[in-house]
Design a protein around this ligand. Structure first.
Ligand code: ZN
Length: 383
């Protein structure tokens, strides 16, 4: 849709099924004059249109993001509704505000639309009146719920944008907005449990789960922003280890293990031929070969050749390096300028920088690092 990929997580089918069952039962008890096929039909149609409404809400966020030049990866429907995955965080509070408010506005417009249809139809078709009335209400509730100021709900994003605008600090703004988000998550869990026992177990359980999801999402977004802010300003060169042991590809794996792995306690080696970088050999490669063949297989045969090794430049922002490590599920990445190997960034180096920075709160204003980075690294986020 508009170049946006729309996906459905399997958990969505669960909620679609349970929602339809719950609606059908509700209609059956409220309108006993309907035939079973009537309340089933209205139940299914209402349920599907409800999820279509959620989709419209998410597409509204996505559409504004696209207008603002922010790529949208996909819109996914899942257990707790929908989520639009946008390619990066808005870089201005105003943009974040506009993207966030678009969803609730769309929901309000849908509510008005369904109410209008209801009035146009009048009393002619009771089923259609019931359907439009329910959808008008649910869209209004959806808009109101999403405007609750707890991050990552839309209202929380609006709240964060306002704090961001006032304080000038995204990190501080996220901390406060995520805090209220967690509070609202807890409140929903309790409210859900209360609803479950006193009104309707299904709605109560669902609310409690939404609360639990919100609480986690709020926590996660804060950690994400903290990681981003702790790593921003650093580049690969700042944390790479320069004393990376190199070996020749001509020795056997047995020799590598005997002379280098056991003696130096290292688990990753650069394979070179003189000054030329040839590849990378790690524990992983050694373990892939049965031990009885270690004397016959050379390092050159077992290694990942350079063409397949992803290297980064020394100026690569650390945040991008982290994303690369995670994306490829590797523990290290060589840092090279042209064919010249400079060092290696290990996952634990990154973690050390992160821990030190987060624990000590080292001021990142060390001018040493700042000039190298013209702008903050872009990162993925959801809205
Ligand atoms: Zn929304």
């Amino acid at each position: 849709m508009c170049g946006i990929e729309v996906g459905v997580h399997y958990s969505w089918f669960i909620i679609l099924f349970l929602g339809t069952v719950s609606l059908t039962r509700q209609f059956a008890s409220e309108y006993p004059q309907w035939t079973p096929s009537e309340y089933y039909a209205v139940g299914i149609a209402t349920s599907l249109l409800f999820f279509a409404s959620i989709l419209v809400h998410e597409l509204a966020h996505s559409f504004i993001a696209l207008v603002k030049g922010i790529p949208v990866r996909s819109v996914i429907l899942f257990l707790f509704g929908g989520v639009a995955q946008i390619g990066r965080r808005p870089d201005r509070p105003l943009t974040e505000f506009q993207i966030a408010i678009a969803g609730p506005i769309a929901s309000v417009l849908l509510a008005v639309g369904f109410r209008t249809i209801e009035h146009l139809v009048g009393d002619q078709f009771e089923q259609l009146t019931v359907l439009t009335d329910w959808l008008a209400w649910i869209n209004l509730i959806l808009a109101a719920f999403n405007l609750v100021p707890g991050f990552p709900l839309d209202g929380g994003r609006i709240f964060r944008a306002a704090l961001w605008y006032i304080t000038g600090s995204l990190r501080k703004a996220t901390r406060i907005a995520a805090g209220t988000g967690q509070g609202i998550g807890y409140a929903l869990i309790f409210f859900g449990i209360w609803t479950g026992f006193s009104i309707d177990w299904f709605s109560g359980l669902w609310l409690a789960f939404v609360g639990w999801y919100l609480m986690n999402a709020a926590q996660e977004s804060f950690v994400q922003v903290s990681v981003r802010s702790a790593l921003s300003g650093f580049v690969a060169e700042d944390v790479m280890s320069r004393d990376c042991p190199s070996v020749t590809g001509r020795i056997s794996l047995a020799e590598l293990v005997q002379d280098y792995v056991l003696r130096k306690g290292r688990c990753c080696f650069i394979v070179t031929d003189g000054n030329r970088l040839e590849g990378l050999v790690t524990y992983h490669h050694i373990k892939a070969v049965p031990q009885e063949r270690w004397t016959q297989v050379s390092v050159g045969e077992a290694m990942t050749p350079l063409a397949h090794v992803r290297v980064v430049s020394p100026e690569k922002p650390l945040l991008d390096v982290l994303r690369l490590l995670e994306g490829q599920d590797v523990n290290q990445v060589p840092v090279a300028a042209g064919n010249r190997l400079l060092g290696m960034v290990m996952r634990d180096h990154l973690l050390r920088v992160l821990t030190a920075n987060m624990e000590l709160g080292v001021p990142r204003k060390r001018e040493l690092y700042v000039p190298r980075l013209s702008k903050l690294p872009r990162a993925s986020s959801t809205a």
